[in-house]
Design a protein around this ligand. Structure first.
Ligand code: NAD
Ligand code: TYD
Length: 379
């Protein structure tokens, strides 16, 4: 029996990670620790809440005493840390709460783990202790769009893994790149990554970090591009495209991220960093058009009927131009591969949101709306 603490398990990615671990490892006790901010929703875990190996604890990761007591009482021997404030637009409005949760919260967890594990690398059962920190590719900053030999991007290129894929530039985020975050969100995540490495290098805390590209899939809070736009297309509401829609993001289906987390948790090398991404770059406007066609088709509307919902709006401040992850290390060393093609993943995702309108209505009403209005009212 091992006891695993997953923070932020009621959020988007965390709920997929909790589900995977609870179902796949009945011999583990999985404790989901979450503050339940506007982004945390226990409805994301309805299908596992009654399982014998699952427990929910409502707590703030900044509560050092509470975390320390929980670790002792439950004899926690592994941590997968996902809890964070995660939306760039919110971080621009309210940077302090991002520093508080993402930096101070991570530090409080690190300190509690360090004191409780007290230099031990293994448990009495011989399992390893592990503090696994989930981070983002946004810590590396932004890449350029490049035109090799005058070819308009995207162009076909070969990853260091040997596979061909479409890219908007000739540079990629690799694990060796220096951190150059631009937004308060990515700056806070970068800072938390530095603290995790500092605890490994200074105190020998057994840590591992992964930096993943943009995720999409079920249970994502509808302030992020894909669920927001699916919901708006359904209700024929405008689709606010920042700037000219030319920014490029690298998209990964959330269950592929959760599988990578499972692999790294069990087989990742202590002290290492792994990038996670599916070599799947899309210019926002092209992705939005695919989304409109897919949702229209699923709703029985003529495909493309809702293209006129596209509304260009003022660009996000400091909007990073291009993210592109090179996940060769993870693929080569641990044998991970993304399982879904993007079109397949988008169809699956759109279908899920359309079939789960109750979930969407629930998170876009009541408390959430009040919070949202407060957040976005001019202050
Ligand atoms: P999310 O916003 O959907 O969920 C965050 C969860 O953390 C929520 O359940 C929230 O209640 C909880 N939380 C927030 N503050 C807390 C606090 N102080 N104490 C305890 N719980 C708290 O986020 P997500 O998109 O699922 O991202 C999860 C993690 O993955 C984050 O660390 C994020 O930086 C990272 N990440 C996200 C993406 C992405 O595309 N969404 C990509 C790469 C990495
Ligand atoms: P988002 O889902 O917020 O993720 P991130 O900022 O972490 O990449 O945004 C994805 C891209 O979509 C990003 O380039 C900003 C853009 N975007 C819009 O154009 N309009 C929107 O309403 C949102 C939420 C995002």
């Amino acid at each position: 029996m091992r006891t695993l603490l997953i923070t932020g398990g009621a959020g988007f990615i965390g709920s997929h990670v909790v589900r995977l671990f609870v179902n796949k490892y009945p011999q583990y006790k999985v404790i989901n620790l979450d503050k339940l901010t506007y982004a945390g929703n226990l409805a994301n875990l309805k299908d596992v809440e009654d399982k014998a190996n699952y427990k929910f604890v409502r707590m703030d990761i900044c509560d050092f005493e509470g975390i320390s007591k929980l670790m002792r009482d439950e004899q926690v021997d592994g941590i997968i840390h996902l809890a964070a404030e995660s939306h760039v637009d919110r971080s621009i409005k309210d940077p302090l709460s991002f520093a508080q949760t993402n930096v101070m919260g991570t530090l409080s967890l690190l300190q509690a783990a360090k004191l409780y594990w007290n230099g031990k690398l293994k448990t009495e059962n011989g399992e390893r202790h592990l503090f696994y920190h989930i981070s983002t590719d946004e810590v590396y900053g932004a890449l350029e769009l490049t035109h090799p030999e005058g070819v308009e991007p995207p162009f076909s290129t070969k990853a260091s893994s040997g596979k061909h894929h479409l890219a908007y530039g000739d540079k990629f985020f690799t694990e060796e790149l220096k951190y150059q975050p631009h937004s308060p969100y990515s700056a806070a995540k970068a800072s938390s990554d530095h603290f995790v490495r500092a605890f490994h290098d200074t105190y020998g805390l057994p840590t591992v970090i992964t930096n993943c590209s943009n995720n999409y899939g079920p249970y994502q809070f509808p302030e992020k591009l894909i669920p927001l736009f699916i919901n708006n297309i359904r209700h024929r509401k405008p689709l606010p495209v920042y700037g000219k829609g030319e920014n490029v993001r690298d998209w990964l289906y959330v269950e592929d991220h959760a599988r990578a987390i499972d692999l790294v948790f069990h087989e990742g090398m202590i002290g290492e960093t792994y990038n996670i991404g599916g070599f799947n770059e899309w210019k926002n406007i092209d992705l939005i058009k695919v989304l409109i066609h897919t949702v229209d088709r699923l709703l029985g509307r003529p495909e493309g009927a809702d293209l006129d919902l596209i509304t260009y709006v003022t660009d996000r401040a400091g909007h990073d131009l291009r993210y592109a992850i090179d996940s060769t290390k993870l693929q080569r060393e641990l044998g991970w591969e993304p399982s879904l093609q993007f079109e397949e993943g988008i169809e699956k995702t759109a279908r899920w949101y359309l079939e789960n309108q109750d979930w969407l209505d629930n998170v876009t009403s009541g408390d959430y709306l009040r919070y949202y209005e407060e957040m976005y009212s001019d202050r």
